[in-house]
Design a protein around this ligand. Structure first.
Ligand code: G3I
Ligand code: 9MR
Ligand code: ZN
Length: 541
C-alpha cells in the first residue's frame, strides 16, 4: 500500500525545515485536522491542513504539513482522519548511516578484486584480465584491472567514471569534517590514506590505466563487446576489451579531457596523504590535457560489433573547459587560465551537471581558483545564483518539494534531483543562501521517501526502500533484498526498455516501476550515487 503521508524515511535533523506531503484522495475534504504524535502517543503539534493543490509532476492532490516546529529528538507519526505516516525520526544523526551505506556501495561496485559488504553481499575477483579491442589501435593483452562497475552492468567507462569520481572528490574538498573520519570497512581501512579517498583511488587507478603512455590520450571504455547475462561478475568470462574509436587517433577527447580534469583534482586531494601518487596524477593530467588540445574534437561512437553503453557526446567543448579549469585550480599556471578564459561563451549559464555536461564544473572550478579574474568570478557566482533561484522557486511550487520541472524526468532523473542539490549547495558555498540549502535538502527528502510512491530510492535505506534494481549482482545472488546503498535511476517520462515502453502514459513523476528489467527507470549507476553521497555529506555537515 502506498502511504498517503510521505516524508524523508531517514528523518530530519532537529533544527531543519520539515514538511510532509499529504496526498488526498480525489473528492476528499481538505481542511482536515492533523496531529503530530510522539512515540508515547502525546500530541506535540496539531493544526488544519492548508488548501490542497494539484501537483503537476505527479497529478496528485497534495496538502503540505509543516512540522518544523517539532525540534525534540524522537520518533513521531503524522496523522489525519484517514491516514497515518510511517515513523518520522528527528535526530541529529539522521543521515549518518545513509552516508556510510551510499559510499560503501562504491566498494560493492569494485571490479578486479573480491568484495565483501557483509550480510552475504559479496563476489569473487572479477574481470582480472583485459585485452585491446581492434577499435583501440592496439592488440594483445592489457595488464589493467580495477575500477568500479558502472551500473547494473559490468562495464567501465572513462567518461562516466570522470564525473562520478570528480563529484566524490568535490564532496571531499567541501565537507572534510564529515568525510575525513568516515569509516568504510574496506580492505585499505587503517592505512595512511583516509577510507573515503582510498575507495575513490580504486577507480582513479583504473582510469589512469586507460591512458596511452605513448601519447597521453585516453581510451573511452573497457567492456565486453555486448552486455553479459544476469550473472555474478566473476562468472562473466566475456573478454574485457579496451575500446577506442576504431580509427586514428583511437582515443576520445571527452574521455581524455575528463581524465585530465579528474587527475588534476586528485593531485590536490591526495597530496597530503600520498604526495607521490598526487604527483603522478598531475603528470597524467598534463599529458592528457596536451593530447586533448591537439585532438579537440574526437567524438566517440560505438565501433561496429560493440553494443555496450556508448556515453557518446555531441560536444567536447565543456570537457575541454573543465580540464583547463581544474589544471588552473591545481597549478595556478597561466596557460590553463588563458585557455579557459578564451573558451568562454559570451553568455554564462550554469546548467545541471551530467555525464555529458561538465560546463558548470568548469565554471565552478575556475571560480574557486586562487588567481581567478575577480570580475569573471563574480559573473560565475551570479549565474550560479540565478540557476539556484529558479530551482528554489520550483521547490516551492512542487507538492513533493523537489526542484524538478516536467522536462527533468529523463533517464536517471534521480541524479538530476541530486545534481540540482549539488548546484544549490555550490550557490550556498559562494554566497550563503539558506533557501538554496533548504531546497537542496528538499531533494534529499524527495529521494528518501517524500515522493508520489512513498518509496526510498536508495536500497537498504529507510522503511520502504525499492527492491528490484537493474543490477546484476542483486539479481544473481541468492539474497532476496538488493545490494545496499544504491540509488535508482528514477522516473523517466520517455521510456527506453521493453517494460517501460509498455507502461500507460501518466504524469512524469509517476513514470517509474520497481522492476529489475526496467533499466531505463530502475537501474543504478555510479554517476547517480556520487551526487547522492555529496548531498548526504552536506546534510550531515
Ligand atoms: O536530455 C534529453 C532531453 O532533452 C530529451 O527531452 C529526452 C527525451 O528524449 O532525452 C534526454 O536525453 C536522455 C539522456 O539519457 C539524458 O541524460 C536520452 O533520451 C537517454 O537515452 C539517455 O540515456 C542514457 C542511457 O545510458 C542510454 O544511452 C543515460 O543518460 C545514461 O545514464 C545511460 O547510461 C548507461 C550506460 O550506457 C551503460 N551502463 C548503465 C548506464 C545507466 O543506465
Ligand atoms: O544491462 C544493460 C544496462 O546496464 C544498460 O543501461 C541498458 C541500456 O544500454 O542495457 C542493459 O542491457 C540490456 C540490453 O541493452 C538489451 N538486452 C537486455 C539487456 C539486459 O536487460
Ligand atoms: Zn568486474
Amino acid at each position: 500500500t502506498v502511504p498517503r503521508i510521505v516524508t524523508n524515511q531517514c528523518g530530519y535533523r532537529p533544527a531543519a525545515a520539515k514538511v510532509a506531503s499529504v496526498v488526498l484522495a480525489e473528492g476528499a475534504p481538505d481542511r482536515q485536522d492533523f496531529t503530530v504524535e510522539s512515540a508515547r502517543g502525546e500530541v506535540v503539534l496539531r493544526g488544519t491542513l492548508p488548501a490542497a493543490a494539484r501537483d503537476a509532476a505527479s497529478g496528485d492532490l497534495v496538502a503540505l504539513v509543516d512540522f518544523s516546529a517539532v525540534r525534540t529528538s524522537g520518533t513521531y507519526r503524522i496523522r489525519t482522519a484517514d491516514a497515518v505516516s510511517d515513523p518520522v525520526i528527528i535526530a541529529e544523526t539522521a543521515y549518518g548511516a545513509a552516508l556510510k551505506t551510499a559510499m560503501r556501495a562504491f566498494y560493492g561496485q569494485r571490479c578486479g578484486c573480491k568484495v565483501d559488504l557483509g550480510g552475504g553481499y559479496k563476489h569473487k575477483a572479477c574481470h582480472k584480465a583485459g585485452e585491446f579491442g581492434v577499435s583501440s589501435g592496439k592488440s594483445g593483452p592489457v595488464r589493467n584491472s580495477g575500477g568500479w562497475h558502472d551500473a547494473g552492468d559490468y562495464g567501465r567507462y572513462v567518461v562516466n567514471s570522470g564525473i562520478s569520481t570528480a563529484t566524490l572528490l568535490y564532496a571531499w574538498e567541501m565537507f572534510p569534517a564529515m568525510l575525513q573520519p568516515l569509516k568504510l570497512q574496506i580492505p585499505e581501512s587503517g592505512g595512511r590514506v583516509p577510507d573515503f579517498l582510498a575507495e575513490v583511488r580504486w577507480n582513479l587507478q583504473w582510469m589512469l590505466s586507460m591512458q596511452d603512455p605513448a601519447d597521453g590520450g585516453v581510451w573511452h571504455k573497457q567492456t565486453s563487446a555486448a552486455f553479459c547475462g544476469f550473472i555474478m561478475p566473476e562468472r562473466d568470462d566475456l573478454p574485457s576489451q579496451v575500446i577506442g574509436t576504431g580509427s586514428a587517433p583511437f582515443k576520445s577527447t571527452c574521455a581524455t579531457a575528463d581524465l585530465a580534469a579528474v587527475a588534476a583534482i586528485a593531485a590536490r586531494c591526495y597530496r597530503p596523504y600520498d604526495p607521490k601518487f598526487a604527483e603522478s596524477c598531475l603528470v597524467a593530467a598534463r599529458a592528457a590535457y596536451k593530447w586533448a588540445r591537439e585532438n579537440p574534437e574526437v567524438l566517440f561512437k560505438n565501433p561496429p560489433g560493440v553494443t555496450t553503453g556508448e556515453y557518446g557526446d555531441r560536444s567536447s567543448a565543456d570537457e575541454m573547459m573543465w580540464a583547463a579549469a581544474e589544471l588552473f585550480r591545481t597549478t595556478g599556471e597561466a596557460e590553463f587560465r588563458v585557455a579557459f578564459e578564451a573558451g568562454l561563451p559570451a553568455e554564462l549559464r550554469v546548467t545541471t551537471p551530467g555525464w555529458n555536461n561538465l560546463m558548470s564544473f568548469a565554471l565552478w572550478a575556475y571560480a574557486m581558483s586562487t588567481g581567478a579574474n575577480a570580475a569573471l568570478r563574480d559573473r560565475i557566482v551570479s549565474a550560479t545564483r540565478d540557476a539556484a533561484n529558479a530551482l528554489v522557486e520550483h521547490s516551492r511550487t512542487s507538492g513533493f518539494g523537489n526542484t524538478m520541472e516536467a522536462t527533468d524526468y529523463v533517464w536517471g532523473s534521480n541524479s538530476v534531483a541530486a545534481n540540482h542539490a549539488l548546484l544549490l549547495l555550490m550557490a550556498d558555498r559562494f554566497q550563503s543562501d539558506p533557501a538554496a540549502r533548504e531546497a537542496a535538502l528538499a531533494n534529499l527528502h524527495y529521494l528518501l521517501g517524500r515522493n508520489c510512491f512513498g518509496v526510498s530510492w536508495v536500497t537498504g535505506v529507510g522503511v520502504r526502500p525499492f527492491q528490484h534494481p537493474h543490477h546484476r549482482p542483486s539479481q544473481a545472488d541468492k539474497i532476496a533484498a538488493p545490494w545496499p546503498g544504491l540509488l535508482s535511476g528514477g522516473p523517466n517520462a520517455h521510456g527506453g526498455d521493453s517494460v517501460a515502453d509498455k507502461l500507460p502514459k501518466r504524469p512524469p513523476m509517476r513514470m517509474w516501476v520497481d522492476d529489475w528489467q526496467a533499466y531505463s527507470m530502475n537501474e543504478v549507476a555510479i554517476n547517480w550515487n556520487a551526487p547522492l553521497v555529496f548531498l548526504l555529506a552536506a546534510a550531515n555537515a
